[in-house]
Design a protein around this ligand. Structure first.
Ligand code: SAJ
Length: 421
């Protein structure tokens, strides 16, 4: 296994391709987006992720990573394309199928095909294998196939790519072994071998666990709000128990993984996935709850200036996919508020571009500042100079990330999600 072709150069494919290239493999990175390919060929990276620039530059400069618009013959093919959901919440596997189709003309005996995208249980055997067998070769005999789900956290991707344990589910033992020896080239975590359907389920369980846990935190936040308890303090203290680990409440669950993957389990068995569906409902309801919290500060939000700090789906990244902020902003606008957005990580927005502005302009005449993403930049903000620009000194910190004592000192009233002043 000397040459690897990686299909999809997004949040997973690009770091993975670069990691293999800097580990001594010849890698061809392929993306169907011509702009991404052209930019990468010039050395411009389209993803904000700590240290990714350095890794990709090293891979490109070594000439071991080449970026192209179409696949070519290789020993290994790694598919890392998005798997969004359809209107009925079932998995949209179009990108996986078209990536597989694009490999078919180049597939040779003894090749290994690895699917890293998150997929419903059964997909590797029922969808990927039949697509690849259009080559006339037999999976498991002529070539090998595994699902090895990506598990890296955006914001810590490079560290976790190397250090996390990896689960490898082959369609047979030979497939698992082949993938294991490949990943061993850079993975320092343990590598566990299983079958493909179990590996598919493992990944969905991980993200569903997190979604359900966050839903519990959000439910506790709403209950605590009504009984006047600071939920953040209560959860922190409950977590001192050796067997309790409640996640943090927030304005909702965003991103392309945790807000999506639980639905893949639900689609498989809607009748028995009641808790999973409820958790999704609770988390999806949180942006509306944030709007209600802001609304409770005033008789009406009509013409109130609301400064939204942070619109990414979480802190210190530039990703706005499925971000709860979109729904909060939408709700505020429907109430007649004038929304101004400040986000040092976001340069553009498909819908709210005209609302994006600099810090000073965003707080000029503001009636309320709402924190929706926990960017590090917000911790260092100077409430003293902000206090001179706002109309009313009101803050709603939905991520509990500000240094509240500094804001209180400047006369701001600071509310937390689930603990209103
Ligand atoms: N969130 C909370 N409270 C928390 C933690 C997160 O409200 O206590 C929110 C975040 O603000 C964000 C959303 O949940 O809106 C998801 O953020 P995240 O940091 O939990 O996860 P992702 O979506 O960035 O990455 C997850 C990770 N999965 C797990 O931790 C189990 C990552 O390891 C996966 O590789 C990734 O999904 C994926 O690609 O599936």
């Amino acid at each position: 296994m000397k040459k690897i072709c990686v299909l999809g150069l997004g949040y997973i494919g690009l770091p993975t391709a670069s990691m293999f290239a800097t580990s001594g493999f010849d890698v061809v990175g392929v993306d169907i987006n011509k702009e991404i390919v052209a930019n990468l060929q010039k050395g411009n990276i389209h993803i904000e992720e700590p240290d990714l620039n350095t890794l990709v530059s090293a891979a490109l400069n070594s000439k071991r990573l080449l970026v192209k618009e179409a696949p070519e013959t290789a020993d290994v093919f790694i598919i890392a394309v998005p798997t969004p959901f359809n209107k009925d919440k079932s998995a949209d596997l179009r990108h996986v199928v078209s990536a597989a189709d694009s490999i078919v003309p180049y597939l040779k005996k003894n090749n290994l095909v690895i699917l890293e995208s998150t997929i419903p249980p059964g997909t590797t055997k029922e969808v990927l294998v039949p697509a690849l067998e259009k080559s006339g070769l037999a999976a498991g005999q002529d070539f090998f196939v595994t699902h090895s789900p990506e598990r890296i956290l955006p914001g810590r991707a490079l560290y976790e790519l190397v250090q996390n344990d990896r689960v490898i589910g082959g369609i047979n033992a030979e497939s698992s072994k082949a993938a294991e020896s490949l990943y061993k080239s850079f993975v320092k975590g343990n590598i566990y071998l299983t079958d493909s359907s179990t590996a598919e389920m493992v990944k969905l369980i991980e993200n569903t666990y997190r979604d359900v846990n966050i839903a519990l935190a959000n439910e506790l936040a709403l209950i605590s709000k009504n009984i006047g308890i600071n939920v953040w303090e209560a959860i922190e203290l409950a977590n001192k128990h050796p067997r309790v680990n409640i996640h943090k409440p927030g304005p909702g669950v965003g991103g392309h993984c945790i807000a999506v993957d639980p639905w893949f389990i639900v689609a498989k068995d809607p009748k028995n996935s009641r808790l999973i569906q409820k958790a999704r409902e609770i988390n999806n309801n949180m942006p509306g709850q944030v709007v209600l919290m802001v609304k409770s500060f005033y008789p009406s939000l009509k013409d109130r200036v609301i400064s939204v700090f942070g619109i990414t789906y979480k802190g210190n990244i530039d990703d706005i996919r499925e971000s709860p902020a979109n729904f909060v902003i939408d709700g505020l606008l429907k109430e007649g508020a004038r929304v101004k957005i400040f986000d040092p990580h976001v340069k553009s927005h498909p819908v709210y571009k005209s609302l994006l502005t600099g810090l000073d302009e965003s707080v000029q005449g503001s009636d309320c500042i709402i924190i929706l993403s926990d960017h590090n930049e917000f911790v260092g903000l100077d409430p003293g100079s902000i206090s001179k620009l706002v109309k009313q000194k009101v803050v709603l910190d939905t991520k509990n990330c500000l240094d509240h004592s500094r804001w209180l000192k400047e006369g701001f009233s600071v509310s937390l999600l689930g603990y209103l002043k």
